[in-house]
Design a protein. Structure first.
Length: 137
């Protein structure tokens, strides 16, 4: 195995990850404020299928998103344009009408290049402040 770990040990480690994945309370509160302001929510995530499935089953907040595009289900990843386009088609929206929020600068740059409005997420307080400044909240 290239990782240098026995296959069984690596499989055990991967299987243990989902139970430790928890949405951050501050981010959940911010998403709820955006939702309460009347904005539609869509999700683009580079999450593998088993982790995405676990998150959707374990956390009701993922139902807040009108469409959830998980890399493990779609077979595409950010920053690929086709992944962004998938969400636009699924939600029947134009890129210029969408605001993409992400914590990776390369994804922010890609979204802007594809015509999206984009905001670099550093933490919930910073994001909320910028959303207010942009008129989204």
């Amino acid at each position: 195995m290239r990782a240098g770990y026995p296959r069984a040990a690596l499989a055990s480690l991967i299987a243990a990850v989902p139970e430790h994945m928890q949405p951050m309370a501050e981010s959940l509160a911010l998403i709820e404020r955006v939702r309460a302001a009347g904005h539609r929510l869509g999700l683009l995530s580079n999450m593998p299928r088993p982790y995405a499935d676990h998150l959707e089953q374990a956390h009701a907040c993922f139902a807040w998103f009108e469409h959830r595009a998980w890399s493990g289900h779609i077979g595409l990843m950010k920053p690929q344009r086709d992944f962004f386009d998938h969400l636009l088609v699924a939600m029947a929206i134009e890129a210029g009408d969408a605001l993409f929020i992400d914590d990776h600068p390369v994804n922010i740059e890609a979204a802007r290049a594809y015509g999206w409005q984009a905001l670099h997420f550093r933490d919930a307080a910073q994001c909320q402040s910028e959303l207010k400044a942009l008129g989204w909240l």
